[in-house]
Design a protein around this ligand. Structure first.
Ligand SMILES: Nc1nc2c(ncn2[C@@H]2O[C@H](COP(=O)(O)OP(=O)(O)OP(=O)(O)O)[C@@H](O)[C@H]2O)c(=O)[nH]1
Ligand SMILES: [Mg+2]
Length: 296
């Protein structure tokens, strides 16, 4: 291994829905983390690892930090997201170019104790009607905190990602690689499969249901030609079952078809996917249920 190699952790934090997971996937150049247009999509810390000859950059995607809701699940997500602040070598704090929120101030307060350099990333600049408003915005936000850099980007349009990447790499400490060079994430295939199903579920169902669902892989059985996967979609209330299943099973079928395609890409093999919808009463506000479903 190159003795002058650089290696370190970069935490990506910010409110729900600002584009953290989209950025992680761009930086690693692979789909590692699921994304959707609904807030609170990411529920775990997810590592995306990019290795080159002389560096290994380990990016940490996190759940969106938010204050409003008080269920056990929300507390869990906030705890996970804020815990990375203490350990990261670099912090990317992502905000939305179109608006500053109260929760952004909440996150900024948490950052006051960190010694790691903080890069403010202003995302979604493609949504700004007037690009001239960017400069005063950068100026205004720079007054709030001593950011190492302030970088406007569009993750969706792949704008200015190069510059951000360059600044992050400059800040990584010297050190040997911590992961094998070919490893791109810390997550198991089992986890990734469950997440891909959850992503389709979030994308296909309406506003309320995504927060109440989770996916548990029951079994994965592989033979020469096919991977047989059986998964349970848990909802919180009996009334949510028909919403997930849809009229004549249409919605569940759509989730299954879309997820299967992505899982086949991930595993590089034909997949047979079976989905079951079951109820676990109020699981999102029950610490024991959360644990049993993998949120610990
Ligand atoms: N217009 C625009 N949309 C973007 C941009 N970056 C991300 N998005 C969209 O914003 C939505 C949220 O993106 P995610 O990457 O899932 O956001 P997140 O911060 O990971 O959200 P949580 O996991 O819920 O905390 C998705 O619909 C993205 O396609 C951008 O630069 N411009
Ligand atoms: Mg996310």
């Amino acid at each position: 291994m190159n003795p002058t190699s650089h290696c370190g952790y970069t935490a990506i934090i910010g409110r729900p829905n600002v584009g953290k997971s989209t950025l992680l996937n761009l930086l690693v150049r692979q789909k590692i983390s699921i994304t959707s247009d609904k807030p609170q999509t990411t529920r775990s810390q997810i590592l995306g690892i990019r290795t080159d000859a002389d560096y290994q950059a380990i990016f940490i995607d996190t759940p969106g930090i938010h204050q409003a809701e008080k269920r056990a699940m929300n507390r869990y997500m906030n705890r996970l997201a804020t815990s990375v602040i203490l350990d990261a070598d670099v912090i990317v704090f992502m905000v939305d170019a179109t608006r500053w929120y109260e929760d952004d101030d909440l996150i900024l307060e948490k950052l006051r104790n960190t010694k790691a350099p903080v890069i403010l990333v202003i995302n979604k600049i493609d949504k700004l009607k007037d690009k001239a408003s960017l400069l005063p915005l950068i100026q205004k936000l720079s007054e709030k905190f001593q950011f190492r850099h302030v970088i406007p980007i569009s993750a969706a349009k792949n704008e200015n990602i190069d510059q951000l990447e360059k600044e992050i790499l400059h800040l990584l400490p010297e050190g040997p690689h911590l992961f094998p060079d070919e490893q791109v994430t810390d997550k198991t295939e089992r986890f990734q499969i469950a997440e891909l199903i959850r992503e389709k579920l979030i994308r296909v169902t309406g506003q309320e249901v995504p927060y109440s669902t989770t996916v548990q892989i029951e079994s994965i059985k592989e033979d020469d030609k096919l991977v047989n996967i059986s998964a349970i979609i848990w909802v919180e209330r009996e009334g949510q079952k028909p919403i997930v299943i849809g009229k004549d099973g249409e919605r569940l079928k759509k989730v299954g078809t879309q997820a299967r395609k992505d899982i086949e890409k991930l595993l590089n093999k034909k997949v047979f996917l079976r989905l079951w919808v079951k109820v676990k009463d109020s699981w999102t506000d029950d610490d024991r249920a959360l644990k049993s479903l993998g949120y610990e």
